[in-house]
Design a protein around this ligand. Sequence first.
Ligand code: NAD
Ligand code: FES
Length: 279
Amino acid sequence: MNRILTKRQLTPETALFEVEAPRIARRWKPGNFIIIRPTPDSERIPLTIVGGNAERGTITMVVQAIGKTTRITVALNEGDSLADLVGPLGEAASIENVGRVLCIAGGVGVAELLPVARAFGEAGNFVTAMCGARSTAQMILDEELRQAASEVVWATDDGSHGFHGNVVQCMRDWITRNPKPDLCHVIGPIPMMRFSAELTREWGVRTYASLNPIMIDGTGMCGGCRVTVGGKVRFACVEGPEFDAHQVDFDELARRNRAYLAEERQVLESHTCRIGLGA
Ligand code: NAD
Ligand code: FES
């Protein structure tokens, strides 16, 4: 159950896994996510489904080693099994044929953007995938994106590839040479989603953001993933993770995601310390 068939290291911190999950592989849609526990005593973490192959009975997920659980996951290898895996969860991304779609991603969000960009392309749109990475070494899945989107634009913070600057500065530059898109989809770090949404509001372009609040059960019961959208409380795990970016309270999302920072740091430090001791 949930065996890892292939593992591909995308960057030193980020790995792509193809995992056995035949029922999810038959049913998933772009925008859906899974909740996994890498080991029986791990906490649960949500991960976007990046791809699926119904014939092989597998799904693909990309994990960036940030905290304790993501580090444990990235350390798994081919032949290992995840302790558990639940999905597909959440609502599928809103895909429609509108003409020109700008798909914007930052960091590991590039992996999560891939199935959405592909779906917009298959629906008949001209899709621009605009991706931000800190440096060339953090650029991921460029070849796959080029197959999925009509064009791919990269921005790197250090200018080592493509546009020199962050992806929001890249949007400001890009719009001077391109027609306004009909729709935008954004996924990435919270400040990046917030500034992208502010810009597309100025452009007057409808925009969806795929949010990443803390999740616990993923079934709408615990309230952990509560977000405010248009002044109303919404639960990202069952009503999202995608919402109207112009209505999202990003301040609250950032505040809630920082709520357990001290505990997360402590757990990570103790984990790193144990690894050092060979435990
Ligand atoms: P990162 O810090 O490497 O940033 C990636 C890119 O996002 C940057 O290169 C830049 O182009 C852009 N960016 C970042 N901060 C910005 C800002 N203040 N203004 C404008 N653009 C900015 O990203 P990472 O290390 O992949 O992720 C950082 C955090 O974001 C992690 O905690 C991760 O879990 C979270 N994240 C959430 C989602 C999501 O589901 N919405 C997707 C990806 C990452
Ligand atoms: Fe518990 Fe969404 S994760 S309600």
